[in-house]
Design a protein around this ligand. Structure first.
Ligand code: AMP
Length: 305
């Protein structure tokens, strides 16, 4: 199978090929036809499977054929960084199509808020948002959703772990009842099933087997007590010649503690969490990508540190 088989508009196809994609991944093979057929969808798929393109591409195809474009689609994502990444993918795929998108998240200064409001008023096809900031736009009346045709929940399990359950239901209260809803999640705990039963209509279900790590990647797990973790971590870090390392911890406090301990041990690292302002977050991402900082420490929803 290849992307021509989906009968995408030639402008969209050009964007896909310019990204270097030549054939669909398994989740894309299954999800694209279901979405093009207006089905609701519950998909169990991890990051790395190509899940973003699996929903973005058919939605963009439908937007090209739609006369209801302002705001046609809402994508909810747990973090600002994921919202930015999805927005960048829309921009890349949509380069030849004229489809517009806008990431909406908190933490910016007044200029960003004004820019977001102006762009929304002028008319955009897709809004990609974290739940908190979106609620302020909606309740202030700046964001009208009466033309909405598609709602996507990306990384739904992470959104629930981060406490967004009520916010999500509140946002859905502002949306038209007649819409297509797509829910993507790496795991399917009972809370996700409950949410799905509330917001999806006779969904198709897709489950993609947990993806194997890429060739050359070693996955290891160590069973240790809490008090042994720091010693183990520093031993591992000192034993290899690592240049870029991401370390995830369960809470902001643990990220800060780990950051200060690793710095005292002589490691160059930066703590990354939601107490930082947006410009600081972007600076850390830049430094990490440019390899000016060796580690980035992030808060994640894993038990542990
Ligand atoms: P995702 O699971 O959406 O985070 O995507 C993981 C990575 O796979 C991203 O870098 C995508 O650009 C890339 N990707 C997604 N679909 C394809 C495809 N069909 N061919 C090549 N790369 C892809």
């Amino acid at each position: 199978m290849n992307f021509h088989d989906f009968n995408f508009d030639s402008r969209l196809l050009e964007g896909i090929l310019s990204m270097g994609y030549d054939k669909p991944t398994p989740i894309q093979e299954k999800a694209v036809p279901a979405i093009l057929h207006n089905k609701d969808l519950i998909a169990c798929a991890q990051t790395g499977t190509g899940k973003t393109a699996a929903y973005i591409l058919p939605i963009m195809q439908k937007i090209l054929l739609s006369d209801r474009r302002h705001v046609n689609t809402l994508v909810l994502a747990p973090t600002r960084e994921l919202a930015q990444q999805i927005d960048q993918q829309v921009e890349a795929f949509g380069y030849f199509t004229g489809i517009s998108s806008m990431p909406v998240y908190g933490g910016g200064d007044g200029v960003t808020w004004e820019q977001q409001k102006k762009a929304i008023k002028e008319g955009i096809d897709l809004v990609i948002a974290t739940p908190g900031r979106l609620i302020s736009h909606m309740s202030s009346g700046d964001l009208k959703m009466e033309h909405l045709q598609h709602l996507v929940l990306d990384e739904a399990d992470r959104m629930l772990d981060m406490g967004f359950y009520d916010d999500i239901l509140r946002i859905i209260g502002y949306l038209p009842k007649k819409r297509q809803t797509l829910l993507f999640s790496a795991t399917m705990p009972p809370k996700i099933r409950t949410l799905a039963s509330k917001i999806l209509n006779e969904p198709e279900q897709i489950s993609i087997a947990i993806s194997k790590p890429a060739e050359g990647i070693i996955q290891q797990a160590y069973l240790v007590h809490n008090e042994q973790k720091l010693d183990l971590l520093t031993t591992i870090l000192k034993s290899g010649s690592y240049s870029s390392i991401l370390i995830f911890a369960s809470t902001k406090e643990n990220v800060k503690k780990l950051d200060s301990t690793l710095r005292k041990t002589g490691f160059q690292c930066k703590a990354f969490h939601s107490d930082l302002v947006q410009s600081e977050r972007e600076e850390i991402m830049r430094e990490f990508k440019n390899k000016n900082c060796q580690f980035s420490l992030e808060r994640m929803c894993f038990p542990g540190y």
